[in-house]
Design a protein around this ligand. Sequence first.
Ligand code: SF4
Length: 150
Amino acid sequence: MSGVHYWETKGLKEMSQSEWEGLCDGCGKCCLHKLQDEDTDEIYHTAVACELLDLRSGGCSDYANRFAKVTDCLQLSADNLANFQWLPPSCAYRRLSEGRGLPSWHPLLNGGKKHKMHAADMSVRHKSVSEGLDLDPADFIVTWPLEDVD
Ligand code: SF4
């Protein structure tokens, strides 16, 4: 795809709200529960997803009311991005904040479609379970959320 894209010319802090929101690939990985070792602070990713996550699409099933329904849901912004080192390496916000650009499978580079992201195995689809099943996340520690491809 040719042409200059807004995420290549603007810094994260210069983007409009719609441009910022548009960066999210909808992978759903940030909506997986994480565990932190109390002694080492190391973070472990699990395959157990927030109850609001649509496991098929990777999107939030109630985006407008997510903060009211899930008290520990966090708002990402350019101002607090430095606090979100637990974001998966494939996350568009993390990639751009680290100067790595967007990957070829990102929906913004594919007409808004997610098929290449799913084909690259970069979303939660077919790999996660819902916390609604009352599972112990400690039994579902996984490393695939840490994978990334260009
Ligand atoms: S990990 Fe990043 S790109 Fe993926 S859904 Fe979460 S905020 Fe969006």
